[in-house]
Design a protein around this ligand. Structure first.
Ligand SMILES: C[S@@+](CC[C@H](N)C(=O)[O-])C[C@H]1O[C@@H](n2cnc3c(N)ncnc32)[C@H](O)[C@@H]1O
Length: 381
């Protein structure tokens, strides 16, 4: 194995400078924690880096130690595990980790309440939590027992011993409750009631968010109350979804016949990269998801829309010429394109709010109510 040429101290300086572009000024406690927790000690010899085309490429410490070490100190997420071709664990992007810790108020924390991390992964974030709150205060939960064991080893190697629990983080970890802070490092589309129950009133739950339509975008910060929680979304972060999600409740009882209509709503307006519009649709049209079909087999460009909880589907075709009229075919008990069109109209009528104008209230029974705050005050969505 070759020896890397750059020192980890230089690389850490560079990482801190990159992180400071997102958190300025970088809290002293964070700088100290990052300096005390060498990120490369948390990484396996084989990691996967973004390839710039939406995929990943391997980076092996044995054959490219310089690139591997530079990657370890880059402000980038590093995939550490693939399962069935999909990334299932990673060392999260350091600036995102720090922004979430800041949202959890850990940059200014002094009373050292208990903290629950959900998704131990490499153990890096748990090590930062130990630096900030003390090992005794930190519990981290990991579903994959092999990853949990590695996280424990990595933490030990840098002198930390928080409680590492093997299990499904959907259930939190009741034995250590109540927590003052709960921080998830995978995304959810609902806040599990166990998290609300195990967080003390006035505590914070910080969790990345996803919906079927807008996979992985936004971070929710809920302040807990005796009977639920309430809080806002923040427009950053994209995390892998929680594993072990409930099985789909697809209903195969057959649907309505196909209906062909035309629509003036461009599929690009709702699935073309406007994260604010896509976030609104994800929040308000549950279960709807999409995929682009540019094969030309059915139309020059087609948007395929499906319901991931049932048999409904829709297609929206662009004929290659007319950008003001699109052919829509819908089938099943839900008229998905009609729902999406209504949601988009509502988003426009609300003044095209951005992700950080949205919030969520969860009650003790697990009911979620999403809302948006605009010029006219708070409105349910
Ligand atoms: C982005 S990685 C975590 C990064 C980690 N915090 C770190 O500092 O390296 C997400 C982790 O969450 C874990 N995970 C996903 N779903 C889970 C679940 N239901 N229960 C526990 N862990 C889960 C994955 O196995 C993965 O290791």
């Amino acid at each position: 194995m070759d020896t890397p040429t750059r020192s980890t101290a230089d690389l850490t300086d560079q990482l801190l400078a990159e992180a400071a572009q997102f958190i300025d000024p970088l809290p002293t406690a964070f700088e100290r924690a990052i300096r005390a927790v060498p990120r490369h000690l948390f990484l396996p010899p084989l990691i996967w880096l973004r390839d710039g085309h939406g995929g990943h490429r391997p980076c092996d410490r044995a054959t490219d130690p310089d690139e591997w070490l530079s990657a370890a100190y880059s402000d980038a997420p590093l995939v550490t595990q693939f399962t069935d071709g999909l990334p299932t664990s990673s060392a999260s992007m350091p600036s995102v980790v720090l922004r979430m810790l800041a949202l959890a108020g850990l940059d200014r924390k002094s009373d050292r309440g208990r903290v629950l991390e959900l998704g131990a992964g490499t153990g890096f974030n748990a090590a930062l939590l130990c630096q900030l709150c003390g090992d005794q205060a930190v519990t981290t939960v990991e579903l994959d027992p092999t990853l949990a064991a590695e996280a424990e080893r990595n933490l030990k190697a840098v002198g930390h011993a928080p409680r590492v629990v093997r299990g499904d983080a959907r259930a939190g970890w009741s034995a250590g409750a109540p927590y003052e802070r709960v921080i998830a490092t995978f995304s959810v589309d609902r806040v599990p009631s166990a998290w609300l129950e195990q967080t003390e009133p006035g505590g914070l739950i910080v969790t990345p968010w996803h919906s079927a339509w807008c996979s992985g975008y936004g971070t929710l910060v809920l302040t807990t109350t005796p009977d639920g929680g309430e809080g806002r979304f923040h427009s950053f972060a994209s995390f892998m979804p929680m594993r072990g999600s409930a099985p789909s409740t697809a209903d195969d009882s057959g649907g309505l016949p196909e209906q062909v209509t035309s629509s003036s709503l461009s599929p690009w307006a709702v699935a073309g990269g406007d994260l604010n519009a896509e976030f609104h649709i994800g929040l308000t049209v549950p279960g709807a998801c999409y995929a682009w079909d540019a094969s030309g087999e059915h139309a020059p460009t087609r948007l395929d829309v499906a319901d991931d909880t049932g048999p409904s589907w829709a297609t929206v075709d662009y004929d290659g010429h007319h950008a003001d009229r699109f052919t829509v075919t819908q089938s099943g008990p839900r008229r998905l394109w009609d729902e999406i069109t209504a949601a988009h109209t509502r988003w426009e009528n609300l003044g095209r709010p951005s992700v950080d104008q949205y919030g969520l209230t969860a009650d003790a029974a697990g009911r979620h109510t999403a809302w948006v705050e605009g010029a006219d005050g708070r409105q349910p969505v």
